[in-house]
Design a protein around this ligand. Sequence first.
Ligand SMILES: Nc1ncnc2c1ncn2[C@@H]1O[C@H](COP(=O)(O)OP(=O)(O)OP(=O)(O)O)[C@@H](O)[C@H]1O
Ligand SMILES: O=P(O)(O)OC[C@H]1O[C@H](OP(=O)(O)OP(=O)(O)O)[C@H](O)[C@@H]1O
Length: 208
Amino acid sequence: MDYVTLALAKGRTAESTIELLNNAGIDFPDFHTKSRKLVFYNTDQTVKLIFVKAVDVPTYVEKGAADIGVVGKDNILESQADIYEILDLKLGRCQFVVAGKPETTLESTQKLTIASKYPTVAKSHFQQKGIPIETIKLNGSVELAPLIGLADIIVDIVETGTTINENGLKIIDEIEDISTRLIVNKASFTTKSALIHELINKLKSVME
Ligand SMILES: Nc1ncnc2c1ncn2[C@@H]1O[C@H](COP(=O)(O)OP(=O)(O)OP(=O)(O)O)[C@@H](O)[C@H]1O
Ligand SMILES: O=P(O)(O)OC[C@H]1O[C@H](OP(=O)(O)OP(=O)(O)O)[C@H](O)[C@@H]1O
């Protein structure tokens, strides 16, 4: 029996994605939140689920190690992977923003330094605006950078706004809305068309 391999981002959106798949009739009986297992099959063995770090999902799908991926738009944009983005699962909603100290503006005479987990997104945003910048890649606690003088501003995700508020920062510019998306490997979209469309249709039917 043929199956599709689905790379699912570990982390805060994993559980709600599994719940959505369950609602769509694609259930993983062995899955439970505390499990350290990284590979699961659904009941009729048509979907092989692999758990990978969110940032790696686009790579697995682009290279064909997974036929399908479920991952945030933030990681899709940053990866620049050559994949199809098929469906907005409307989970993990947040926003890409530019933020900084209250007195900071983008009208600086000097080149702005931007700290971010998403340097590619930051470069592309400021290039479109015609503002020259330097980027510093960080892997977390990005809000600290303007506070300790590592960078002038940050490009990061805001969900509730708690992190920027509690660190005395403010939103300077809004870049893009983010949510969890279903992505597909370009070759698999043809070679596994039937299985992939069946999965997409099941998901669509519970999202309407
Ligand atoms: N408040 C939020 N902060 C960060 N990501 C969020 C938030 N809300 C929703 N998301 C989405 O959830 C996805 C996974 O976030 P999560 O923090 O679990 O992974 P991560 O950023 O790769 O974390 P880590 O580097 O700690 O593994 C993000 O890529 C983003 O699309
Ligand atoms: O607007 P809020 O609801 O406060 O959420 C936004 C925060 O959440 C994320 O960080 P995360 O928790 O992934 O930690 P990190 O700093 O290690 O990336 C993001 O990078 C912001 O810092």
